[in-house]
Design a binder for this molecule. Structure first.
Ligand code: ARG
Length: 575
């Protein structure tokens, strides 16, 4: 992709300023396509040169920029160099653009990039989804699932070794209620039929009963006590709930195209939490308050202006204590270089405190732990009511998509309409969610989400399917050579110049851990492709023109598919 051009400019810069190419490569960015502008250009940010000390602050920056611009040579790669306000712009040779972009992106869109090679690589642990067994699966869990999956895919695409962890809410008082409730209202039969549904019904019912019948609460407390003391019968029932639920989740995750390398949960860290407490005690970090709770002082001055409670007065651990235990164990087991947690923003303080506790315990690697927070989704309800199960959301999307497809002419050719509708429905939900900044709250709207026109997941899928259909009809020829002089019109150049930015967009996405840049990049690509379908026909064009255009469409299609897969969207062949 852009490597060739970046190297060429960088080698000139090395000649003039010294240093190494690696220093300059990240400072060169490809100019985004715009309506007015379709000359392929790169920009070198002068402020970045100042920041990295290449241009000194002492001498006037403009004078230095102009001097540098004069020293840069125009050649077969760079056609023109000009100095502007704060930037130096390089216009690149359009023939070379077509040759280089297409040949380099052809193979593997991610790997062939100098820019991405400058990123550090290592082992990344991503924790996401993490629903609570028996409790409601809310829209936040769906967001965590798809955002975490995107981050894991992206890290993996950029050459990291990724470990995907699901940290289930599988311990706590809700199991007291559920256990007590199941003993009165549960049925093994129904549990086998639809575990999530049944457990949820029992949980709702027992909560209702507890409101007016105090004995239910006493039963629940008793059941939870038995669990905490690892009493066999209670533990057996808990295990059964957990296992059945995990099996159900796995099936649903598979439908969503999401998987995990490890299922862990709060229950695993129940006993380990006690070890954390004794470590804290030994290190002199655990303070007992008047109320009898145990806290860790997190203030800079040691005046308790900020602290975190890690143990109740009755000696039991809290959510955060289990998280400290889980983090320590993960570090030991997986030796990760960085760890990323994905949850809604209401847990931001929790994670900042978690990292802080780890730091005061002397674990510097806590600096490589990150929380990725996201905002709330409002109005995500299905025909069965507010979101309870992930599956209901997926069913709703699928049904609505099936309905839309039945109205369209082209979808008659789809061999498995249900699967296709499912995949498109899921894409629509994902893209809608990823369009804005993750921290923003948004209102979910089924009608808008499933539109075929406009910036939706359906539009991405439609563009991909249309490209695949074109390539099936005309492709399958050896596309090893093509004549780049047939790709010099402004439609082709716009696409090429856009593709040139793919590595930058991936870089930006991984630095920000946000999907919106990639989503918008792909949507723009799709708009450019629809215009190109109209203006760059393959059918009826002279053989060598058709060949060049097919080459362009092949590469475009593979970048589109690659980007969609990173987002967690499975590209469909037909729709
Ligand atoms: N189960 C929690 C919830 O639904 C999310 C868990 C987040 N991860 C963690 N390590 N605390 O709110």
């Amino acid at each position: 992709m852009a490597s060739f051009f970046r190297r060429s400019v960088s080698s000139q810069l090395v000649r003039i300023c010294g240093g190494s190419e690696e220093m300059f490569i990240p400072l060169l960015s490809a100019v985004p396509v715009s309506k007015k502008q379709w000359t392929p250009e790169f920009r070198l940010s002068v402020s970045a040169l100042v920041c990295s000390g290449i241009i000194s602050r002492e001498e006037d920056v403009l004078t230095q920029t102009q001097r540098l611009t004069k020293q840069l040579k125009v050649d077969g790669v760079i056609e023109d160099v000009s100095a502007g306000r704060g930037v130096i712009t390089f216009r690149v040779n359009k023939l070379l653009l077509a040759q280089k972009v297409l040949s380099e992106l052809r193979e593997d869109p991610q790997v062939n990039s100098d820019l991405l090679r400058t990123l550090p690589r290592g082992r990344t642990l991503v924790e996401y989804s993490s629903p609570n067994i028996a409790k409601k699966f809310h829209a936040g869990h769906l967001r965590s699932t798809i955002i975490g999956n995107f981050i894991a895919n992206l890290k993996q695409a950029l050459g990291n070794d990724v470990i995907r962890v699901n940290y289930l809410g599988d311990w706590g008082m809700q199991f007291g209620l559920l256990g007590a409730g199941f003993q009165r209202l549960g049925s093994q039969e129904k549990l086998k039929e639809n575990a999530l549904q049944h457990l949820f019904e029992v949980y709702v019912q027992v909560n209702k009963e507890a409101e007016f019948d105090e004995s239910v609460l006493l039963d629940a407390a008793e059941f939870y006590r038995r669990l905490e003391q690892h009493e066999e019968q209670a533990l057996l029932l808990w295990k059964q709930f957990r296992e059945i639920t995990v099996q159900e989740y796995k099936r649903i995750y598979q439908r969503l195209g999401v998987h995990f390398d490890h299922y862990s949960g709060e229950s695993f860290h129940q006993s380990k939490a006690q070890e954390v407490l004794s470590d804290l005690r030994t290190q002199g970090l655990l303070k007992t308050t008047e109320k009898g709770t145990g806290v860790v002082d997190l203030s800079d001055q040691g005046d308790m202006s900020s602290y975190s409670t890690v143990v109740r007065s009755d000696g039991t651990s809290l959510y955060i204590t289990r998280d400290v235990a889980a983090a320590l164990e993960r570090k030991q087991t997986f030796g990760f270089d960085e760890m990323i947690y994905v949850t809604d923003k209401s847990q931001s303080v929790h994670f900042q405190q978690l990292f802080q506790i780890l730091r005061v315990m002397g674990h510097d690697w806590a600096n490589r732990c990150v929380h990725v927070p996201f905002g709330l989704v409002k109005g995500m309800s299905t025909r069965r009511g507010d979101v309870v199960f992930l599956e209901d959301v997926m069913d709703e999307a699928q049904n609505r998509m099936m309905h839309n497809m039945s109205q369209s002419k082209t979808s008659k050719v789809v061999s498995d309409p249900e699967l296709t509708a499912d995949q498109i429905g899921i894409s629509a939900i994902i893209i809608q969610d990823f369009k804005g900044p993750l921290m923003a709250d948004y209102v979910f709207d089924w009608e808008r989400v499933l539109q075929a026109q406009g910036d939706t997941g359906v539009f991405l899928q439609y563009t991909h399917a249309r490209l695949r259909s074109l390539l099936r009809t005309h492709g399958n020829q050896t596309l090893s050579h093509f004549n780049a002089s047939h790709l010099q019109d402004h439609r082709s150049i716009s696409i090429l110049q856009h593709l040139l930015r793919y590595d930058e967009v991936l870089l930006q996405s991984v630095l920000e851990l946000q999907p919106r840049n990639l989503v918008n990049f792909l949507l723009t690509l799709c708009h450019l492709v629809s215009a190109a379908h109209r203006d760059l026909p393959v059918k009826g064009s002279a053989a060598d023109v058709a060949q060049a255009r097919l080459h362009l469409f092949t590469v475009t299609c593979s970048v589109l598919a690659s980007g969609m897969k990173i987002l967690g969207v499975t590209p469909v062949e037909k729709m």
